[in-house]
Design a binder for this molecule. Structure first.
Ligand SMILES: NC(=O)c1ccc[n+]([C@@H]2O[C@H](COP(=O)([O-])OP(=O)(O)OC[C@H]3O[C@@H](n4cnc5c(N)ncnc54)[C@H](O)[C@@H]3O)[C@@H](O)[C@H]2O)c1
Length: 252
């Protein structure tokens, strides 16, 4: 059987690199991309990569170029996982236009145009898309309106694509994690922790229903769910937004 191909965005990051390791361990060919070329080189030392493209995904032209390069090298695409993302927080009144554009362009626009570029190949393979949203995509997170807006839009983009592509046998799902132990979380704590990154993280953990036993999710735990969604036995799952958040979004 032809080895299936996955394209992972944000692959130099905490979740993206765990995804690359999971799909490689499962015998898939792994195509990766990220704006961080050093991070991609580091990943290539751990995982056999079929293609690796250092690209800024905020440009739709770059998204199209990425897909044409990946397809030229692999000849097919079976799964696309959009894991590139950025975090900014703070009150709406003090949000700069630059931050607005950055968050929307990486979290929403890039995913939108990569999906668009990938759809013809996914129709051929009857493959699927997994978009990494967030609990912040289906419930408000105080002080993070911009990030919430970007992930909420990504969630509904995924559901609509699931409807549009169902007749072609292409599945589209969202995975919505709670807080994952990755460089993004460290960045949040350093930049927004008022000099107390440990305190910032403790405040996040205090929101979880596990109380003293709350912990951050490991990227490998999210990667396992994405892997599951991309298998033929998950054929009935499309248009879903799957929470993996220790119950953070289950209710108050
Ligand atoms: N870490 C968390 O707590 C958490 C929680 C819920 C959802 N998420 C989402 O999970 C996904 C993975 O995040 P992570 O935690 O691994 O963060 P991360 O910061 O470790 O990885 C994100 C990656 O996206 C890349 N990226 C940023 N801008 C880019 C651009 N313009 N073009 C190409 N690549 C770009 C970064 O270089 C980085 O490697 C993101 O979509 C994030 O929003 C993270």
């Amino acid at each position: 059987m032809t080895q299936p191909v996955v394209l992972i965005t944000g692959a130099a990051g905490g979740l993206g690199s765990a995804l690359a390791r999971r799909f490689a361990a499962g015998g898939w060919r792994v195509a990766v991309t990220d704006i961080n070329s050093d991070g991609l080189h580091a990943l290539a030392k751990q995982v056999a990569l079929t293609t690796s493209e250092a690209i800024d995904l905020r440009s739709p032209a770059n998204c199209r170029e990425l897909l044409s390069r990946v397809l030229a090298s692999t000849g097919r695409l079976d799964a696309l996982v959009n894991a590139a993302g950025v975090w900014r927080e703070g009150p709406v009144e003090s949000c700069s236009e630059d931050d607005f554009d950055l968050v929307m362009d990486v979290n929403l626009k890039a995913a939108f145009f990569i999906c668009a570029a990938a759809i013809p190949a996914l129709r051929e393979s009857r493959g699927g898309i997994v978009n990494i949203a967030s609990d912040a995509g289906h419930q408000g997170n105080r002080n993070a309106a911009l990030y919430c807006a970007s992930k909420g839009a990504l969630t509904l983009l995924s559901k609509t694509l699931a409807l549009d592509l169902a007749p072609d046998g292409v599945r589209v799902n969202c995975v919505s994690p709670g807080d994952i132990a990755t460089p993004m979380l460290d960045f949040q704590a350093e930049r927004y922790g008022n000099g107390d990154p440990v305190g910032y993280k403790s405040e996040l953990l205090a929101l979880y229903p596990q109380g003293q036993n709350a912990r951050f999710i490991r990227p490998e735990e999210i990667a396992e769910l994405v892997w599951f969604l991309c298998q033929p036995y998950a054929e009935a799952i499309t248009g879903a937004n799957l929470a993996i958040d220790f119950g953070l979004s289950a209710g108050k």
